[in-house]
Design a protein around this ligand. Sequence first.
Ligand SMILES: Nc1ncnc2c1ncn2[C@@H]1O[C@H](COP(=O)(O)OP(=O)(O)OP(=O)(O)O)[C@@H](O)[C@H]1O
Ligand SMILES: [Mg+2]
Length: 453
Amino acid sequence: MERLKGKKHLDDMVPSEIVKALDEYVIGQDEAKRTIAVAIRNRVRRKRLPEEVREEITPKNILMIGSTGVGKTEIARRIAKLADAPFIKVEATKYTEVGYVGRDVESMVRDLMGASLQMVREEMAASKKEEVDRRVEERLLDLLLPSIEKDGGNTDVSTDGAREQFRQMLRKGIFDSREVEMPQSMRQNLGFELMGSSSNMEELQQALGSLGSMFAQQGRQKIRKITVKRAREIIEEEEMDKVVDPDKAVDEAKERAEEMGIIFIDEIDKVASRGNSSNSDVSREGVQRDILPIVEGTKVSTKWGVIDTTNILFIAAGAFSFAKPSDLIPELQGRFPLRVELHDLSAEEFYRILTEPQNAITKQYTALLSTEGVSVTFTDEALHEIAAIAHDVNQTNDNIGARRLYTVMEKLLEELSFSANELNGQSVEITRDYVRQRLSDIVEDQDLTRYIL
Ligand SMILES: Nc1ncnc2c1ncn2[C@@H]1O[C@H](COP(=O)(O)OP(=O)(O)OP(=O)(O)O)[C@@H](O)[C@H]1O
Ligand SMILES: [Mg+2]
């Protein structure tokens, strides 16, 4: 877990530190970063207040507005990684009005609670990690050495010797893809994670179904062949359940979800209706009406108990290229008082996106091709050229924001990617000329651009 690696916990970070952490991945959009940093910090501040005062202060939800590919989801995703707070991202378009077939909006609260519980369980198990690891290893060895285990008549020395040898090999990952026979656990038989992150009727029915078949085959335990790697995952889960007190975990998870939870609702503009009242608009408005009480603060029942949503922070985002925030039902607009606009990215920002973020696109390609023994570098001029081309294409064609960098890079490196295996041991420098050579024909031809970039 990140927290254990000595990284600073989001709770202890002041807004400037949160912004700085976001800077490592998201270029520009300073206003959006600041607003979110303050909103998150305010919740920590609120938590420090005496209860009477605290109850008066509810989180101020945020509406992020910006065209496609400018970093809305990216910011949210990064906050999630930073956050020790339970976090989920949902799409408004995935929900349907209560009473219709589909996912009801309350399921987002159940999902949040699921995420919170998962987090808490991992943390609680982390303090017993050594114990869990030891048990997992022993159980894996039992699976790998069944015959020796059963055969008590063998000399102990050789058994122990083999076990130790296997242990060393297991630690080196040599057995990872070997298949072992493993009796299916209750958890697997049920067909769903007992403490999993989501629950809905479908899953429940499915579970009941497999419960039936489980009773049907009572007496003979199902044996499955799985790889050691998969077995390790399953056993780890099981052993973790043994060291974590489920009641304590649920209590803690509930408190965290209620007090620190963040729900990111993407594509909110897609459920904004625009005055006319065709059928689809009615149901979209229905979704908005269903979301409203959750954002305002309501009690949602889950299999872990009732969750109060009053203090959950909601961040909604949308491009709002067709609908405007004012097309949302007024009550909902009022529930998102903090508005941040994300601006369109400049060519200079594109250039920075290409190189600066920890997961920058050029770093990704360089890493990919290095696996073929090819060392790829980009000159500064070339990077400026790529950024400029991507920016131009956005102006002349659809503006898809930073996603354009991906299509341009893909085209630029298409040939290199294809023949990389033949270039083993060589270095390739991508220069401005190389970029122009590969892309200028396409960029000059509008029709080609439309299809290729
Ligand atoms: N400001 C930025 N800094 C760094 N990378 C960015 C930025 N904006 C976008 N990107 C890159 O472009 C991709 C798309 O961005 P993102 O998913 O955040 O778009 P979005 O604003 O949510 O768009 P949409 O409205 O289509 O959902 C991301 O994977 C990210 O790599
Ligand atoms: Mg998005």
